[in-house]
Write a protein that binds this ligand. Sequence first.
Ligand code: ADP
Ligand code: ASP
Ligand code: MG
Length: 403
Amino acid sequence: MTKINVKKFGGTSVGSFERIEAVADAIARAHHEGERQVLVLSAMAGETNRLYAMAANIDPVASARELDMLVTAGEQVSIALMAMALERRGIKARSLLGSQVKIRTNNQFGRASIELVETNGLIGLLDAGVVPVIAGFQGVDGEGNITTLGRGGSDTTAVAVAAALNAAECQIFTDVCGVFTTDPNIDPNAQKLDSISFEAMYEMARQGAKVLHPDSVACARRHGVVLRVLSSFEPGSGTLIRFDEPDHTVSGIVGIAVSRGQGLVSVSGVVDNPPAEVALFKTLADACVDTDLVAQQPSERMLSFSLAQAEVNKVLALIDTLTGAHALGAVNYETELAKVSLISTGKPVMAELAARVTELLAAQNIRVRLVSTAEIKLSVMIDEKDLQQAVRSLHRAFNLNKV
Ligand code: ADP
Ligand code: ASP
Ligand code: MG
């Protein structure tokens, strides 16, 4: 039996009628060559953002369930158009929502995890020569509610479907020709990698390299899925996410990931005040706020944490509710920050790396607000306006520029 390939096309790849037609042509060619293909699509570029913005007009703090119901509409449009484009080419195709495939998730609206992908229906379609065209990013919980997997989650749908079908490859088609040493839209000297280890790719994704959703990398690793990132605009072999050997680099740094739109909130009177610290983190957790880098400054008993800029107002309001009961001190915040993270092979001496990075940035008058290290990554929080300069100079300094 011919092996199955799962092919995922992101928003830009299906962002216009021309792009849908171009993808349909490529799928038709492969179909006529005998390939068994399952498609997973994102919404057309900009559509998911448009839907979130619509919700904000009605209720800026709309319930997560209703948001998921709304924003999954984008993928319903793209899959139907793609199925039509394939049928016009004489290829049998069937568009399917997550709930129709039965992509079962937990009930964490807005960031659900896939628990199960039902394969009987998909296999039946493939056996009948039909190309399934699945809506990415969405699933259904045990009670029949529609859920989403988090922004960029169509990658994860594709990998989960590939794992369930035991596919030969899961191919993520996007608007760049693979995984680069850093975002090629920030640094034109970024190099395309022929392959990258799962370990480094997962950390790159977690630290903001949008090219793959972090859950998709974790899921592929867990299930042994062969995962490749390719361009839907030009031919090429893309980047293979590798299971075997570690990454080889000159400087010990594999790549640099960036995360824009960050905020920093500092609350004094928290350190050495365990009830306040517990109450603060519990309140944030109950409101599903993801804190990222956390730092303590004993002198002012100040606790600082970074988070998505969009969450800052909500968090300030939450902290306000704790101030009286826990004798919290001054609360400060900053926005328009960006996180730059260096991902290493192996485990470098982080203090040395931190010294080198902060020295390099200081030499260019780039202020570092926060430094954080973990096993294979070092992150610095800087002003968003300095992002491009910081990335380009670090990329050069760590010998990542193309030669
Ligand atoms: P899609 O809509 O296809 O899912 P995304 O916008 O989610 O595409 O991801 C592709 C984008 O990821 C690229 O256009 C690029 O700007 C960005 N990106 C960030 N870091 C990297 C990286 N290290 N390698 C390649 N692309 C990256
Ligand atoms: N359409 C969704 C988003 O914009 C999912 C995806 O594109 O992967 O986040
Ligand atoms: Mg994406």
